[in-house]
Design a protein. Structure first.
Length: 449
């Protein structure tokens, strides 16, 4: 009798809790998300770009979610697996447990494991992310292993950075040479992204449904990351998916990169379309696609990249730096810390902007000319035209605290769920550039949300 009363009490309490949770979800406006990505790979970098757990902590007061990446798929077993077992799983020092252990100190923080995220090796001829979808027998080991990894290591859920095939970059043709202005035409040819896109779309919906069903008894979260240059209309049946997803992070950046578009430099992640080129390659288009397909605004997070994309300007790229910049020659040289051609973290970009340390330097070490974004629509860039011998030309477009704040303002104005910051390790987590304040981009976003 007593036990039964206790149970009734407990049940009452639980219903109250569930009710409160539901209200929390509906009332998302006052409760915007700041999803922080933490790439475990940054833990094993050399030098100043190595981010340790001590470096991570100052960020956590601002993050509602921490997404740890990136797990992968074993193509033989179709299981979700760590891509670096020593780093992730070692007893005592493994990052899976260390990262979820942060919840002791930050109890409101949700920690998710992310799969894919363009970091998992894929054989292009036998894309495991597609073959896994194609048979329900292959989906089962994936779902079971995902559930088991989440449970074993104490994550709050799974983030699906599903590696669907990407759009082919649009070749842009125009006049050539110095006096070249704007574009005449945009070609894609008759390239088909995926012959079986329609089937894969249906199968992905099934996977998400099955995953959510497996997660529901434990209350685990399931999020989707729409990766850069993946065409949502090809692969995501929004109305059928959305009820089984807790959030969707729209990774609306890297639309233009030196790898994809070596000959023309342009804004990689504008909020709006710059001057009638690339109508789909902007944040607003991506957000609107999901809203038009009945995704609740409160489930959509706009992902903001903390890096710049850098092209080599040639003598034929002209002197103005005004994008689109023609006749570029692929990726600019790698940064000292991140060591990746065409890619510069925010602190690396920041160090190239005019400052007391570089004001008298010349050539490759001299400062870039900075062009901010008074329109608040496209992002910042900085450049140095090629010199007389055609050397040292750079054009880099990047996100800084101001442009990230513009995106957060956009998110607020649209009533969206929030922002996803990708990646904490490329923000100025040491505060080296802006006078000691760590994570300036993260802070700028938080301040606007
Ligand atoms: C995405 O796919 C749709 C067809 O579903 C197509 O009309 C559109 O041009 C594609 N977008 C890009 C950027 O390739």
């Amino acid at each position: 009798m007593r036990a039964q009363q206790q149970n009734m009490k407990l049940f009452g309490l639980l219903s109250l809790l569930v009710g409160a949770l539901a209200i929390g979800q509906i009332n998302a406006a006052g409760n915007t998300h700041l999803v922080c990505y933490y790439d475990g790979g940054s833990f094993v970098r050399e030098g100043l770009s190595k981010l340790t757990l001590n470096d991570l902590e100052p960020a956590l007061q601002f993050c509602t979610h921490l997404v740890y990446g990136f797990a992968g798929i074993n193509p033989t077993s179709n299981k979700l697996v760590s891509n670096n077992e020593k780093l992730d799983l070692d007893v005592g020092s493994g990052l899976y447990r260390t990262v979820t252990g942060l919840k002791k100190k930050y109890p409101a923080l949700k920690v998710l494991l992310s799969v894919g995220g363009d970091r998992d090796q894929v054989d292009p001829d036998n894309n495991k992310y597609l073959t896994l979808l194609e048979s329900s027998n292959a989906r089962i080991p994936f779902i079971n292993s995902a559930h088991s990894l989440v449970k074993t290591y104490g994550f709050d859920g799974l983030d699906l950075g599903w590696q669907f095939p990407k759009n082919k970059p649009k070749k842009v043709h125009g006049g050539i040479g110095k006096f070249w202005k704007g574009f005449k035409k945009i070609f894609t040819g008759d390239f088909v992204v995926d012959e079986k896109a329609e089937e894969h779309k249906e199968e992905f919906t099934a996977l998400v449904r099955e995953l959510k069903n497996a997660f529901r008894p434990d209350g685990y979260l399931l999020g989707l990351s729409v990766l850069p240059n993946v065409n949502s209309s090809l692969f995501y049946d929004v109305p059928a998916l959305i009820n089984n997803l807790d959030y969707v992070n729209l990774h609306a950046y890297d639309f233009q990169t030196p790898e994809r578009n070596p000959e023309v430099a342009d804004f990689p992640a504008p909020i709006y379309e710059p001057n009638e080129r690339h109508p789909e390659a902007n944040v607003n288009y991506q957000v609107q696609f999901w809203l038009n397909n009945h995704a609740p605004a409160s489930k959509l997070n706009v992902a903001i990249a903390t890096w710049g994309r850098a092209w080599k300007m040639t003598k034929d790229s002209g002197l103005t730096g005004l994008p689109p910049v023609a006749e570029t020659d692929g990726a600019a040289p790698a940064g000292l810390q991140t060591q990746t051609a065409g890619f510069l973290s925010w602190p690396e970009v920041c160090a190239k902007l005019p400052n007391p340390a570089n004001q008298h330097l010349k050539g490759a070490d001299g400062p870039l000319r900075k062009v901010g974004d008074p329109t608040k629509r496209f992002g910042s860039y900085a450049y140095r035209s090629a010199d007389d011998s055609g050397e040292n030309g750079v054009w880099v477009a990047y996100e800084d605290p101001d442009t990230a704040a513009n995106k957060a303002t956009f998110v607020k104005a649209k009533g969206l769920g929030g922002v996803a910051l990708v990646d904490l390790s490329f923000d100025d987590f040491r505060g080296g550039c802006t006078g000691g304040e760590e994570y300036p981009i993260l802070r700028a976003i938080k301040y606007k949300l």
